[in-house]
Design a protein around this ligand. Structure first.
Ligand code: COA
Length: 145
């Protein structure tokens, strides 16, 4: 079951975050800030008390931005990323969002496949968007209406 993330999840989340996002990982303090940000929502899915997937979005009026999505590497390729994305898109729609945006590394083929499969389109390339290695990002968007 997917539920809202809370402060007690953050040790486990920041450990997963380091494994999945390496130098680009959000720190615990950044997650705490997001938990207190009124336009931010963070979600987790657990199996047997272990976090299998998490995701986050900002939403304000008609626009939302998927800020993160991650699946514990032990559980990747089993549909959890798709389930988390479905949940966040449904949450956005129910909260009046018309357009959902996200950025993804141009080398992150798994994530790009996931987003394209769900109707996201590349609307522009952001040059050198990622500071750790100067990599470009695809700015992707999906209309919900
Ligand atoms: C990207 C990520 C969230 C996908 O989650 P997942 O649970 O592994 O993916 P799912 O099993 O739900 O698969 C959904 C779709 O993702 C894509 N995908 C998943 N694994 C893939 C792989 N190994 N190769 C290519 N595409 C893949 C496919 O489009 C897949 O649909 P399909 O099975 O019909 O082909 C996960 O790999 C992850 O956490 N990656 C590291 C963190 C990250 O890069 N997050 C995105 C930041 S923008």
């Amino acid at each position: 079951m997917i539920v809202e993330m809370n402060i007690n999840d953050l040790d486990e989340i920041t450990k997963l975050e380091k494994e999945l996002f390496k130098l680009d990982a959000w720190k615990k303090q950044e997650y705490e800030n997001e938990l207190n940000n009124p336009v931010s929502k963070l979600f987790v899915e657990k199996e047997n008390d272990e976090i299998v997937a998490y995701g986050g979005l900002w939403y304000l009026y008609e626009d939302a931005d998927i800020t993160t999505i991650g699946v514990n590497s032990k559980y990747q390729g089993q549909g959890y990323g798709q389930k988390m994305l479905d949940y966040m898109l449904d949450f956005a729609l129910k909260n009046g969002v018309h357009n959902v945006h996200l950025e993804v590394r141009v080398s992150n083929q798994k994530a790009i496949n996931l987003y394209k499969k769900n109707g996201f389109e590349v609307i522009r390339i952001r040059k050198s968007y990622y500071e750790d290695n100067n990599e470009d990002a695809y700015d992707m968007m999906k209309g919900l209406l």
